[in-house]
Ligand binder design. Structure first.
Ligand code: DCT
Ligand code: MG
Length: 397
């Protein structure tokens, strides 16, 4: 999880799309054909990892990130939503007319699409990409433990490169940032699916040696079928309620003994059901979790390590996140950690705006009935929300 770079709040409610008819455009065709409109909510769209509009969505993501660096929330969210809509399309946008019936596209987004369709690129995006401030903030935030606030502080001090930062005596790096610089090459390199599988085996072995009734689930981007990720996310718990409390500390001890734990930031649970529902937007849930860096041996990865050419160490460092919710919160935690971020934002927004319910990683609360809705599977949660079930591999919004 890289919540440092995700300070976005959920947006304002927008009117829900309704079903409509578009006339058949075939010559002589007079019967109108019903076409399901694209929903403004990502949780009502199916988005696989196949993106037919990558040139446009990449451009939108640069614009969104630039607005985020400048703390301008509205346009940032608008570009993220627009990118997400285009990612869900089974076709490539090749004219502005084709986007007429699509939600979440405003004047600004359409102008960028138009320019890309005509020239293959957008001036505004090129300008951002060559901007020194954008480049520097992008570089600094690529370090584990460095968020936009710290990056901005270093930029304002006149620092422009890693060597500037490391040579500046007034800069005090915390433990996370020191580790971030130490393992920068490995951590900034994508983790492959084969590496994620190898890590699953390592965690699986550790968890089951500790608790035979342990439950382990791969979550995050790899659960959505992505080929590469910036980390590997797992949920670990036990069927016996309360026993999950000791699970992460014991896993951490075991990994330490094995000599493969390069970094560990453990956060004990602050979860308290009596403090729910939470009306505040919170970036993080209250479950016990740990942010780790593990040493992965090449011999453990079936297809070999995803490393730079000429790297002969035979191992690499990989970021791994473990979350440990109590078993009765499992479905909510799994849904929340499976992502994508945009999918999660829209699930919560849909629940609030369309259903008068509050959804987070802990629970689903019905504000009308004033009660919590129980769920043991993700399907239960979709059903409570009156949503068609969307498979994890269709949540790449
Ligand atoms: N998440 C969320 N809101 C956030 C941060 C994270 O809902 N502010 C959820 C969605 C994804 C999940 O947590 C794990 O986070 P990441 O590992 O950062 O995302 P990812 O989808 O796994 O992406 P990557 O493949 O780059 O790891
Ligand atoms: Mg991840």
């Amino acid at each position: 999880i890289s919540w440092f770079t995700d300070s976005m709040k959920e947006g304002r409610p927008v009117a829900v799309e309704t079903r409509h008819l578009i006339p058949d455009s075939l010559p002589g065709g007079s019967t109108p054909t019903a076409v399901a409109p694209v929903s403004q909510y990502a949780c009502q769209r199916r988005t696989t990892t196949e993106n037919n509009n990558k040139i446009i969505t990449d451009a939108f993501e640069v614009l969104a990130e630039s607005y985020e660096f400048n703390e301008i929330e509205g346009p940032c969210l608008a570009f993220r939503r627009a990118a997400s809509v285009l990612k869900s399309l089974p076709w490539a946008v090749c004219s502005l007319e084709a986007t007429l019936d699509l939600p979440c596209l405003g004047e600004h987004t359409k102008a960028v699409i138009d320019e890309i369709l005509q020239c293959g690129r957008a001036f505004e995006v090129e300008k951002i990409l060559s901007d020194e401030r954008y480049q520097t903030l992008k570089l600094f935030t690529s370090v584990f433990g460095v968020g936009p606030k710290t990056a901005e502080k270093w930029y304002r001090r006149g620092l422009r490169s890693f060597s500037d930062v490391l040579a500046d005596h007034s800069v005090q790096l915390n433990r996370m940032q020191q580790t971030g610089f130490l393992h920068y090459g490995d951590i900034s390199r994508a983790v492959s699916k084969a590496e994620a599988r190898a890590l699953r085996n390592i965690i699986d072995e550790a968890v089951h040696a500790i608790a035979p009734d342990a439950v382990l689930a791969l979550t995050g981007g790899f659960r959505r079928g992505k080929e590469f990720g910036h980390d590997v996310d797992f949920i670990v718990t036990t069927t016996e309620l309360g026993k999950e409390e000791s699970l992460l500390p014991r896993i951490i001890r075991r990994l330490t003994k094995q000599g493969i734990l390069l970094y560990c930031d453990y956060q004990a649970s602050t979860f308290d059901m009596s403090k729910l529902p939470s009306y505040r937007f919170e970036a993080m849930d209250h479950f016990a979790k740990c942010f780790l860096i593990l040493r992965l041996e090449g011999s453990q990865v079936e297809e070999g390590l995803h490393i730079a050419e000429g790297d002969s160490r035979g191992w690499r460092a990989v970021r791994v996140d473990l979350v440990s919710p109590p078993m009765d919160r499992y479905a909510f935690a799994l849904l929340g950690w499976s992502g994508s971020r945009q999918f999660e934002r829209d699930l919560r927004r849909f629940a609030r705006v369309e259903r008068h319910m509050l959804l987070d990683n802990h629970a689903l609360y019905d504000k009308t009935k004033k009660e919590f809705l129980a769920a043991t599977t993700e399907k239960d949660i979709f059903a409570h929300l009156g949503l068609e079930y969307i498979e994890p591999w269709q949540r790449n919004a």
